[in-house]
Every structure is written in C-alpha cells, then in structure tokens.
Design a binder for this molecule. Structure first.
Ligand SMILES: [Zn+2]
Ligand SMILES: [Zn+2]
Length: 326
C-alpha cells in the first residue's frame, strides 16, 4: 500500500492554515519525507504519524522553508530511540552544512545517518521494489526535483500457467521472469504469452523552479504529480523569483501525460483567495489544490484522494498506468 499526507503546503511564509513544505509518503511501511520545513514535527503529531517510520528524507534545496524543520526532527529521532538507517538526500555542497548544524545544536545522533549529496541527475535510491530519481532544476540555489517509481514487474496469469503446465513451478517461473523466455517440454515459451507487465506507481515532486521543458520528461506518466504554483496568473513575477506560475505547472502536467496534479507552494499573497483558486484549478481535469493534511492512498488499483474532507476516487489500470475517475 502507498499512502501520502501533505504536512505542509505553504511557501516561504507559513500561514495560519498552511505550513512550510513537507510531504510524507509511505510505501509498504517505508516512510519517505519530501522536504522538512519548520514545524514538520508538530504536523506529524497532528497527522498521527510516527517519524520513526522514516527511512529517507529528500531535501529539494537549502531554503529555510524546505529545511528549517530538519534539526528538530533529527534531534527527536534520537530521543525516540530511532534504530533504522536514515538516508538524507541533498543537493551538492550541503552535506557539511547539515553536519555543522548537527554539531551546533549538539544533536546526539546515535542512529545510522547516511547523508548523500546528489552529484548528477539520475537514480539516488535503488531498493528492491522501487527507486528514486532526482534531477537538478532551475531555482536561485541548487535544487532537486524527485520522483518515486515502483518498479514495473511481470504479472503471470494462473490460467495460462496451468495451460502451459507451469503452474506452481517456482524455479522455472523465476527463470522466465529473469530471461523473458524458457524452454519447457521441448517448447519455447515467451513471457508475454503467459503474462503482462504491471506498471509501477509513479509519484513526482517538483517545487521551487522556473519552468523548463525537461520537467515534462521528468514527470512523464506520473500517477500523482505534486507541483508548485507559487504564482497564479503572473508568469512574469514567477520568472523574476525563479518560480512557476499555475499555467506553467499545468503545462508540465498536461504534456507529461500525468494523471493527477496536486498544486502546492502557492504564495501567501493569495491566502484570502485560496477557495477561489481551488475552484478555478478544479475546472481542469485531474487538477486539485492541496492543503495541509490532505492525503491520498493507493490500494487494490484504487487511488483515493481525501482533500479537505472530500473524497475522490480513481481506478488505475495496471497495464496502461492510466487512472480513470470513478
Ligand atoms: Zn520554497
Ligand atoms: Zn526556494
């Protein structure tokens, strides 16, 4: 099961209802935090989540709104007798700063801490069932976008396996999955004759960047795309401040063939108009504004979004990776 909770959907200035950026994502019990703005720990408590589930913290960049919560979180992980190995992924050049902070705050790290600087675009975490890819984007300081991708895998039809006499023959089936072809009872069997590829879930997080074309390839075929729209209807201002306007974020969504777009990091200047913005963005298919504590979960081919208490469901076709609203 995959689940996600937005812990902070604000931008530079937290507001009464929107915290600094921070997003909790969980895959089969493995917790992954995207950014860690100020007050993230309290958001964890309100969301009734335990930070001890965390295995990775992915930091987009070293601007306060995205990192100010990090020392506090590391401090309390020690107090919570955290005993896993924690991986922190950062843009190049920031490892020393983090180590310095740990020293300055005298944080008693007694767990395995693995701080990794991203040298170049590509896979930064490679686990058995998923990987995480990072790409440098265009902001005023070195900044990364990330995506989580569940690895594609072969699903075999039981009926076909029975037909070919392969049902229950685990050794042979492992071999078939590795080689895509086996010889059995004097006959060649290709894997596509007995199964299909199940497309793995893709979750993409893009924030604090100018619009540029490569964002489209990076977000390609996302099930869920969380993307910044710091500005609404003001692409000139967005450019000036190294951010995106909603129209640009939407372009990334549309052209990348992604399924669901969740808009975040909307500037506090629009705070009193958020309800109007929410209605406006929802006129686009698959587009939603997210606020703190909004969530989604993915189970048995259904993606359920819970946004401000309202529920929306999508049925996911595992062969095509397409999501259809139900
Ligand atoms: Zn920011
Ligand atoms: Zn920034």
């Amino acid at each position: 099961m995959i689940r996600f909770i937005a812990l902070g959907t604000g931008a530079t200035f937290p507001t009464e209802n929107r915290n600094h950026p921070s997003f909790y994502f969980e895959y089969k019990g493995i917790g992954i935090l995207f950014d860690c703005g100020e007050n993230t720990q309290r958001q964890f408590r309100i969301a009734k989540l335990s930070p001890t589930k965390l295995r990775y913290i992915l930091i987009t960049h070293w601007h306060g709104d995205h990192v100010l919560g990090l020392p506090g979180l590391l401090f309390n992980l020690a107090n919570l007798e955290y005993n896993k190995r924690l991986g922190i992924i950062l843009p190049k050049g920031y490892k020393d700063r983090l180590l310095e902070l740990i020293k300055i705050y005298e944080i008693p790290i007694d767990y395995d801490l693995d701080i990794i600087e991203v040298e170049k675009d590509g896979i930064v975490i490679d686990e058995k069932e998923f990987y995480i890819n990072a790409m440098y984007v265009k902001h005023s300081v070195p900044t990364l976008a990330y995506y989580f991708k569940q690895k594609d895998y072969w699903r075999l039809y039981n009926s076909k396996l029975k037909e070919y006499g392969l049902y229950g023959k685990h050794g042979l089936l492992t071999h078939l999955k590795e080689k895509n072809e086996i010889e059995y009872r004097g006959k060649k069997i290709k894997i596509e004759e007995v199964g299909y590829i199940k497309k793995g879930f893709k979750f993409t997080y893009i924030t604090d960047t100018l619009y540029f074309n490569r964002l489209i390839d990076f977000a390609r075929d996302s099930d869920i795309l969380v993307i910044e729209s710091t500005y609404i209807g003001d692409p000139e201002k967005a450019k000036e401040h190294f951010h995106m306007d909603f129209s640009e974020a939407y372009k990334v969504f549309k052209n990348s063939n992604s399924n669901i777009m969740l808009v975040t990091h909307v500037s506090q200047r629009y705070e009193e108009y958020l309800d109007t913005i929410e209605q406006r963005v929802q006129t686009y298919d698959g587009v939603y504004l997210i606020r703190d504590f909004d969530k989604f979960w993915f189970e048995k081919n259904i993606i359920t979004l819970e946004l401000q208490g309202k529920t929306v469901k999508y049925l996911r076709d595992e062969k095509s990776g397409k999501n259809i609203k139900i």
